[in-house]
Ligand binder design. Sequence first.
Ligand code: FAD
Length: 440
Amino acid sequence: MAGDKSYLIVGAGVFGVSTAYHLIKKYPDASVTIIDRDAYDASSRVAASWDWNKVVRADYDDIVYCRLALEAQDVFQTEALWKPYFHQTGIYWMCRDDYARDVVDNYKKLGRRADLAAVPVDEARKLYGGLFEDADYTGVKEVLVNKTSGWAAAGDCLIAVTKEALKLGVKYVTGEVQTVLLGTDGQGQRRCTGVRTTQGDVLTASHVLLCTGAYTPKLLELSAASSGHEDLSAGKRIVAGGITTGMTTLADDETYARFASMPVGVQGYTAEQGPFIGSLPPTKDRELKWWGQTIFRNNREVLPGRVLSAPPPEPDYAQWKVSGRLKEDINHANHVFYGKNGAKWKMEKHRICWDAFTTSSDFIISPHAAAKGLYVATCGNFHGWKFFPVLGKYIVQMLEGTLSPELTEKWAWDRERPDPSGFADYPRWEMKELIGASRL
Ligand SMILES: Cc1cc2nc3c(=O)[nH]c(=O)nc-3n(C[C@H](O)[C@H](O)[C@H](O)COP(=O)(O)OP(=O)(O)OC[C@H]3O[C@@H](n4cnc5c(N)ncnc54)[C@H](O)[C@@H]3O)c2cc1C
């Protein structure tokens, strides 16, 4: 069926790789190519999907994502390709609003039996050997404890699934896309014909899918400028946002033994208070990780007169250059989880990770309205990784026009866009306020 079609996927994060994997499994003879600026097994990549670990949970108050996350988790638990990367350690989520109850209700509505509960604070503090006894519980109503959630070794899993897709026939090209290319089809309609790389190479396909994460608004803006078609621009639909992660190594055997099987920790706040903060269990290298609370844009002029938020222009997004102010964000995260117990830990690794945001925190999985043959699938909003096993299934449905009306509407390119004030994670800071101006 897809034999006469060709697919060019720009971006080898979870959205792109999952699509390639699902396409080639469904259509073994199809021409499917991924292009990414980084090799899939490079020692450092800019993809948000490339990370030591990511939380895998279905603990959502939005029932659609709760259902999709359960579907993804079932794959993590049952399929040989995915299983080695999932660790079902549980989650311990300190909630300052009704989140815990909303999640428990969603599991009930979906008829899903699982070991989860909204636990009173006094009782919760004693769980897991009191690991979180010294956390900051100010304003916490109850703790969501879900023994079936956990985390995944994100980068390793991304490499494994990419390799599997390549084995099945997907091609992988390393190169940076500068612009999408437009032409006209037989009916005189504007059509995307492929992409041009910064090296000047042209790749063509009948379907061009942008899975370019935080870089998407810049890529579309450059394409709008070079083609003269302003409607290619993402406008206010997508904002690139950055956040800091930091790690400490639990070198001491006794401390490591205490934390080795800990659950994922989450400090949840109300939308007015700010974004949630996370603490992930130690990796095989004994590295305990946090993400911080300061989420920022990097508004900059990408071409004369064209200002938008984009990752820094360095090929590695300057992701390893982390300012003292942002490192403080990780110290704060450590403090609100472990208090005096973590006071002596040395923070060794910091990274700024970039993702694409919409004001509702929904993905965009949609045809682009400005050109036939051009599609967008990205906007993980800091929560997209866990859907890796199933994203491609829905993206293929979008490409084929069979996505359910509910999801078509939720993930549309053009849709009603709420004010982001109810979305705690929406980027509110400016990067230049957080680092020296010389690095912009
Ligand atoms: C700090 C942090 C913590 C997170 N924690 C979690 C978590 O615990 N659980 C969870 O579910 N989600 C989490 N997320 C969210 C999740 O990581 C992202 O939503 C998801 O990985 C986004 O995937 P993507 O494919 O859209 O983008 P990416 O993974 O960023 O991939 C985009 C790819 O496009 C390539 N690219 C971009 N522009 C070009 C170009 N012009 N030419 C060629 N290639 C290009 C890039 O090189 C990159 O490989 C977190 C995100 C961050 C930043």
